[in-house]
Design a protein around this ligand. Structure first.
Ligand SMILES: [Zn+2]
Ligand SMILES: [Zn+2]
Length: 252
């Protein structure tokens, strides 16, 4: 099993020391995870201690360590995204949409955007960004593809065509989708993506990774009973692995 999207520094919660990385590895080992990818938010790029990562990778015997980065996809910020996604010798790069019209959609306190915009328009703008992120060619993995459901704001109108269009763009792009268990810890209470969207991806042969999006050691592999069951039900039999931006596969 793999956990390919998680944060050690998280939101500045702890330094990236060898000890802190190995604490995450211990939890991963206990939970049957054999490959763990650290993917800090790009705004903490300067806090990534690559030497500590390398040493932890050598010391970690049972859990293979990978280094990625989670780029905050913002249309127009190509220079920043290019710089951050090539700053270190990453094994893979995740592109995640966290914003609509520049405002965060997943901030626990600041939910202005949900007041300002009609839910359908908000979803349309969100998924337009998701398609652009997938198709921009900069990323190996598309992070939590339906994050916009986080606070249980749902449009009245049917969004199936919007999801189909998004699944088409994702398939066309060749990007790998992040099946991310963090949604289970949020008000929405379900994995990103939903079963409906995941079925659309599967139908189009879109490959996946599995992740917890842990921001603390005890969250590594959290929710995997649910997400592994989900991906198996949908028909997935393998996940993608990365090393030096080359893909491999691992049977589920
Ligand atoms: Zn994210
Ligand atoms: Zn994340």
């Amino acid at each position: 099993m793999i956990d390919y999207h998680l944060h050690v520094i998280a939101h500045g919660d702890r330094p990236m020391t060898i000890e802190n990385i190995l604490t995450y590895c211990e939890v991963a080992k206990k939970r049957g995870i054999r490959q763990m990818g650290i993917t800090e938010h790009d705004r903490y790029l300067d806090d990534i201690d690559f030497a500590a990562f390398q040493e932890a990778r050598e010391e970690s015997e049972d859990v293979g360590l990978r280094l990625g980065i989670e780029i905050d996809f913002v249309p127009g910020a190509e220079e920043r995204m290019e710089r951050d996604s090539t700053a270190l010798p990453y094994d893979y790069v995740i592109g995640s949409v966290h914003r609509v019209q520049g405002e965060e959609v997943d901030h626990p306190e600041d939910r202005d955007i949900y007041e300002k915009m009609d839910a359908y328009d908000l979803y349309a703008a969100y998924y337009a960004n998701v398609r652009e992120a997938a198709l921009c060619g900069r990323f190996d993995v598309l992070g939590h593809p339906d994050l916009i459901k986080i606070f249980r704001t749902f449009p009245d109108r049917d969004i199936t065509p919007m999801l189909e269009e998004t699944a088409d763009a994702v398939a066309e792009s060749g990007i790998v989708v992040d099946v991310n268990a963090a949604g289970l810890r949020k008000p929405v209470g379900e994995v990103y993506p939903s079963k409906k969207l995941l079925e659309m991806f599967h139908k189009r042969d879109v490959p996946i990774i599995l992740s917890s999006d842990a921001h603390a050691p005890d969250q590594v592999g959290l929710g995997y009973e649910t997400s592994v069951k989900l991906v198996r039900e949908v028909g997935y039999t393998q996940v993608v692995t990365f090393k030096d931006r080359e893909r491999g596969t691992l049977a589920l």
